[in-house]
Design a protein. Structure first.
Length: 65
């Protein structure tokens, strides 16, 4: 088995995983993030992307070759 982190993946795979992570974060924390962004006068999409990137580093990528 090979263990990789997010930075070891190609750009296309990183983009796909980022989109999936955004959906995951929005589903789990969407209302909280919207409230946070509104209270602190931040752009919701920026906050969502930052949280999605943080979420990506919690994933474990395992490939069998």
């Amino acid at each position: 088995m090979i263990f990789l982190n997010y930075n070891n993946l190609d750009a296309e795979t990183q983009n796909r995983l980022l989109q999936e992570s955004k959906k995951d974060v929005e589903q789990k924390f969407g209302n909280d993030l919207k409230s946070y962004a509104e209270i602190h006068h931040l752009d919701y999409d920026t906050v969502l992307e930052e949280e999605a990137i943080k979420n990506l580093y919690s994933y474990q990528y395992v490939f069998n070759i």
